[in-house]
Write a protein that binds this ligand. Structure first.
Ligand code: IVH
Length: 637
């Protein structure tokens, strides 16, 4: 028989059909917790009628089991596990398997058993190679290993790694840890070369500790593991415990939670980073991976999406290990229903609307870092923020490109001469813009805060924060706990806001120097605290009903929870929804967007739909825009 191995690593030859194993290749029983493991130990020791002499604890490598037959120290045949009784001859693949020497250090007849896998590095390399050859990427290392071991006649070479964890035909009396040392001395690779190396443990407590150590190392290991294997170390204990039909009774796998899960790709979002990189992010049907609910995962870049042929609606493999950001690895092509849709790539920058530079793998906004400036100026100048008429995207681009504006504070130092020097800026438009900026200077805190574009805060939240604190200085001084007292801000959002404000400190200083956002009003926080103190003095229950901030000043809407719906008419026709909400709050009420049992008044304009119906069902008073305008006449802008 001729060798099938291109470089002759395998000295024997390949046969077709399944090859019987010399000794069955067994599986392992599983336990899923420390308690189950402890029960398993008790059971084993009961069967033995004595304590286990010592244990060996080692990683459960997530690859494919193989048997490597050596004759007189030379690699003769490589087999898969198959059904455990007979396996497939994969000798052709032996050359590509690192850690599986062509010749051992001694001329022994032995069958090494162990796991072949793709390390993370080999996996990445394999997928790059496959991309270059127009092949779809491997979904994950295990399927990549299986595919690579079986493949013949590939035009490229994918390297794999072998780790030995057993042998047939060596000194029967060697304990497991001694056997591993012997295998390493013969030249085979073992997990001893990794941080998760096998450890001999004296007691079940030591075993548990080592399991926890290996589990903690998981994310930093160079390969995937799906558990930790616990083995009775001594040959005598193994012999006496014996072997079941499926698995040995002296070893068990303590399984760790899966790092890969399959879920559905619902959407792809495109986010623009600080430098203008436009990065795709997968929105997933929430899936629990190792105790964490994953709803978003990174997708690398458009080319990668194309290469993987990902589609919206696909079932995808999602990988998450330790603190690593979850990532989408591959679609399950054979699970497609035909309903999947292609992923739309952005034609314009999703942040500033400018052109996209698609020249590199990672797409970018052509404005690079300036994209952020343009987008933040456009947003800040918007109607519900600083409301600077005449400052749209084109103007913002012009100002940023001329180097006059890098952030929104720079708007307030623009001079007439600077503006006149710009193209298409005549006297009138310059004066109008300067006037609009002048008006914007005195916008109330809620508007200025909203203009900052702090993550997690929109118009409503900005109004609440402004009302709660009364001044930008007080907002800036607030820690997460204080911020979390604002209605609707949880602990998590509070932390984000604190971090964002810290990042924005230089901008906030610049704005303060321009006297923008420095107006001070009576904060609700203090009013509420004072009320509570007064209540306490009066001996009443100082804990406020639902903990919501109450309006500072009295007005026609004091104590009212107001929802506005439909289109406004009459004196309210020109007001945006945000301006309506501001009006409600000026008049002493609390504005919200959804009708609930707590709503006390609905302002329903034309084309009011489900909110009106719900208010009617709940018996909530409903006013037309005109009736409402009458009631708050004194507070109209
Ligand atoms: S010992 C006679 N040790 O796990 C005992 N197996 O679920 C048989 N595996 O088919 C296996 N790492 O492919 C053993 N350190 C390790 C292992 C390991 C991974 C795999 C092996 C086996 C499967 C059983």
């Amino acid at each position: 028989m001729l060798s099938d191995s291109p470089s002759g690593k395998v000295a024997g030859g390949a046969v077709t059909g399944d090859v019987p194993h010399s000794v069955p290749m067994l599986s392992l029983d599983n336990v899923f917790s420390a308690e189950e493991l402890s029960k398993w130990v008790t059971g084993l020791e009961r069967n033995l009628g004595r304590e286990v002499t010592a244990w060996c604890v080692e990683p459960k490598l997530d690859g494919m089991a193989v048997a490597a037959r050596y004759r007189a120290g030379r690699l003769h045949q490589l087999l898969t596990r198959g059904d455990g009784l007979a396996g497939e001859d994969i000798s052709h693949a032996a050359d590509a398997v690192l850690g599986l020497p062509a010749a051992l250090a001694e001329p022994v007849d032995v069958e090494l058993r162990g796991e072949v896998l793709l390390t993370h590095e080999q996996f990445g390399h394999a997928n790059r190679l496959r991309a270059e050859h127009g092949a779809t990427p491997f979904a994950h290392p295990r399927s990549g290993t299986a595919g690579t071991l079986r493949a013949k006649d590939r035009p490229y070479r994918v390297e794999l790694t072998f780790y030995a964890y057993g042998a047939v035909g060596l000194d029967e009396d060697l304990g497991h840890s001694a056997l591993l040392e012997r295998l390493a001395a013969l030249g085979a690779n073992t997990a001893a070369t990794t941080p998760a190396h096998p450890r001999r443990c004296a007691t079940p407590e030591d075993v548990q500790r080592r399991i926890e150590e290996i589990a903690a190392l998981r994310a930093s290991l160079p390969f995937g593991i799906d558990g930790v294997v616990v083995k009775a170390d001594s040959a005598a204990d193994q012999r006496d415990a014996g072997t079941g039909s499926r698995a040995p009774r002296w070893a068990v796998a303590r399984k760790l939670a899966a790092e890969h899960k399959v879920t559905r790709l619902l959407d792809v979002e495109w986010n623009v980073g600080r430098t203008g990189i436009i990065a795709p992010r997968a929105v997933l049907e929430p899936v629990e991976i190792d105790g964490v609910i994953v709803t978003y995962a990174t997708l690398h870049n458009p080319a990668d999406i194309t290469r993987r042929d990902l589609r919206i609606g696909d079932q995808v493999f999602v990988y998450r290990a330790g603190d690593v950001i979850p990532r989408v690895e591959a679609p399950l092509v054979d699970q497609r229903t035909g309903e999947e849709r292609p992923i739309a790539f952005p034609e314009a920058c999703p942040r500033c609307g400018d052109a996209v530079d698609t020249g590199e793998q990672r797409w970018r906004c052509t404005r690079g870092r300036d994209c952020q400036a343009v987008a933040s100026v456009v947003y800040a100048a918007g109607r519900d923020q600083l409301d600077i008429e005449g400052l749209g995207r084109t103007r913002a681009v012009q100002l940023v490109e001329a180097g006059l504006v890098t952030d929104i504070a720079d708007l307030f130092t623009l001079t007439r001469d600077q503006l006149l020097a710009l193209e298409r800026m005549g006297d009138t438009s310059t004066d109008n813009l300067l006037a609009a900026i002048g008006t914007a200077r005195s916008r109330p805190l809620a508007r200025v805060f909203c203009a900052l574009g702090v993550r997690g805060t929109g118009r409503t939240m900005s109004r609440r924060i402004a009302a709660h604190f009364g001044s930008m200085a007080a907002v800036r001084a607030a820690d997460a706990e204080t911020l979390a007292a604002v209605d609707g801000i949880g602990a998590e959002k509070a932390r984000v806001i604190v971090a964002e404000l810290a990042d924005l400190a230089p901008l906030l200083d610049k704005l303060a120097a321009q006297d923008v956002g420095t107006a001070v009003t009576e904060p609700l926080a203090r009013a509420a605290a004072a009320d509570a103190a007064a209540d306490a003095v009066a001996g009443e229950n100082a804990v406020g009903g639902d903990g919501e901030a109450r309006p500072a000043g009295a007005g026609p809407l004091t104590g009212q929870a107001v929802v506005v719906t439909g289109s406004m008419t009459g004196p309210l026709a020109a007001l945006s929804r945000n301006e309506m909400n501001e009006l409600v709050e000026r008049a002493g009420g609390k504005a919200s967007s959804a009708v609930s049992g707590r709503t006390t008044l609905l302002v329903a304009g034309e084309k009011a739909g489900s909110k009106r119906a719900k208010a009617e069902t709940l018996g909530i008073p409903i006013l037309t825009p005109d009736e409402f305008a009458d009631r708050v006449a004194a507070y109209l802008p």
